[in-house]
Design a binder for this molecule. Sequence first.
Ligand code: XMP
Length: 325
Amino acid sequence: SWVMKDYIETAVARIREQVGSDEVILGLSGGVDSSVAAALIHRAIGDQLTCVFVDHGLLRYREAEQVMDMFAGNLGVKVIHVHAAADFMKHLAGVSDPEQKRKIIGREFVEVFQRESAKLPKAKWLAQGTIYPDVIESAGAKTGKAHTIKSHHNVGGLPDTLHLQLLEPLRELFKDEVRELGVELGLPHHMVYRHPFPGPGLGVRVLGEVKAEYVELLQRADAIFIEELRNSRNAEGKSWYELTSQAFAVFLPVKSVGVMGDGRTYDYVVALRAVVTSDFMTAHWAELPYDLLGRVSNRIINEVRGINRVVYDVSGKPPATIEWE
Ligand code: XMP
C-alpha cells in the first residue's frame, strides 16, 4: 500500500540517520518481529547489519534452514548461523522442572549471543524487534503491574553488558502493522502470518527432560499437524491454520500400548493443541473437524515411528495455559 511504502521510506531514512556508518547487530530468531526488523534495517543499511541466529536446536521442523535460506539466501543479509543445539542439550540434560528449563534456555541464549557478539567488536548498535505492545508490557513490569505465571523469555531483554545502543525501529507498531510492513518488504506471507512461537521453543513442548530423540519425534509430528491445518479449509474456504490462533503438537514422555500389523507396540504419545484467542490471555480450544483430527492422527502414527497414540487437548485457558509448560 501507499501508506506502507511511505512508512518504509521514512523508517529507512530514520535508521540511516541514527546509525550513520556504524555497524549493527541483530538477534534473528525466525519470529515475525525480529525478521521484519532485520528486513527493514537491511533495506536501510545493507551490509552494515550482521544478524546472529542462535539455533538452539529447539526450533520447528526445518525452521533453521528456512530462516537461513530466506535471509542469507534470498535477501542477501549477513547472518551468522550459530549451531548451539549440542550446547543447549548438554545444559538441559537431567532437568525436568519447567521453570528451570526456561531459565536455562534463556540464560544459555544470552550467553551464546554475547559470545558471538563479542566477535563483532566494531558494532555500536544492538537492533531488536521490540514492538509497541512489548513497550507497554515492560512498562507494566517495571511498575509491578504485570504478573507473570511463567517466566517468558524473548530475544529481547538482553542484559546491557555489550555496551551497545539500542535500535528498535518497530517500537511504534502494532502486530498487524508489523506484518503488513513485512509483506511490503518482501517477506513471504506464510512467514509473516505465522502463529506465535515461544522463545524457549520446543523446550517447553517436550514435557519434562528434553532429549534430542524426543525433539525430533515432536518436530515431525508437529510438521504433519501444521501441514494438515494449512491444507484443510472450512465451508468459507478459510484454512484451519488461519482459523486458529496457535496450534502445535506436544510430546508426552509416556508410553502406551498399541497394535500394528501382527505386532504389539509400546511407544510415546503426542497431544495436539489448537486454540482460538484474541489476546492469548484467555483462549478456547479450537473445534477442529473430526475428519481433520482423524487425518492428522493417522498420518502421525503411520509416518512417525515411535509415536503410536495421538490425543486432542480440550482445555480452555484458564484454567489450563496454552503451552503445557
Ligand atoms: P501460555 O502458555 O502462558 O502462553 O498460555 C501464552 C502465549 O505466550 C507464548 N509463550 C511464550 N512466548 N516466550 C515467548 O516469547 C516464552 O517463554 C513463552 N511462553 C509462552 C505462548 O506460546 C502463547 O502464545
